[in-house]
Unconditional design. Structure first.
Length: 200
């Protein structure tokens, strides 16, 4: 598969992203709260944490996109829903372990309840589309990066008349509480969240 520009890789994850990331459900309670930071206020150590977060996010995006593309090319859009349900959380766990951090996907309109945001991000997922940064109590850096809907994503996240054949039935069966349709290209579909620990 040819390499895709980074700006395209991240949003494409939501083309058919349905599965839950178990790391989201395991997120620890946030006491005390994590204050939000301005991008310009990130210290050098936090800039290094942000770079690590970006690397992990890119790795997850590439791996998931490769599996989604193969599933769609071979079996059509409906099969990608199953890939996301099973493989997306597995890939998130693998990437998190490789990079020594925690990461997942979330949204203000969830498809899977397993994708609920970690505590530090709950108040921010309904905000504007700008990336957001948070200082954890033990030196962690929390990062929210927006995922914008791409035109191909309407097959699983668009208006009812835009969904690919069989997608509505599959979503009803797998996600009866789905709130992740009705989006238009360019809208924020959700967020990547990443927690990077303080360097030893």
């Amino acid at each position: 598969m040819p390499a895709l520009p980074r700006l395209l890789i991240v949003p494409l994850l939501w083309a058919v992203a349905c599965g839950g990331d178990p790391s989201a459900a395991e997120a620890a309670p946030t006491t005390p709260p994590w204050p939000q930071l301005a991008a310009a206020a990130l210290a050098p150590a936090q800039q290094a944490q942000l770079a690590k977060a970006d690397q992990a996010r890119g790795a997850l995006a590439q791996r998931l996109l490769a599996e989604l593309s193969k599933a769609i090319d071979t079996h059509g859009t409906r099969s990608a829903i199953s890939v996301c349900k099973v493989r997306a959380p597995e890939l998130a766990t693998e990437v998190a372990a490789e990079h020594g951090l925690r990461l997942g996907r979330t949204s203000h309109r969830l498809r899977s309840r397993d994708n609920r945001p970690p505590g530090w991000a709950k108040a921010a997922v309904d905000g504007d589309d700008a990336p957001k940064f948070f200082a954890g109590p033990a030196g962690e850096l929390g990062v929210l990066q927006p995922i914008l809907l791409q035109p191909m994503c309407v097959q699983c996240h668009g208006q009812p008349d835009q969904l690919a054949e069989g997608v509505s039935e599959a979503l009803l069966r797998l996600y009866p509480d789905d709130r992740a349709t009705g989006f238009a290209p360019g809208q924020r579909r959700g967020w990547f969240w990443i927690e990077v620990p303080k360097a030893p």
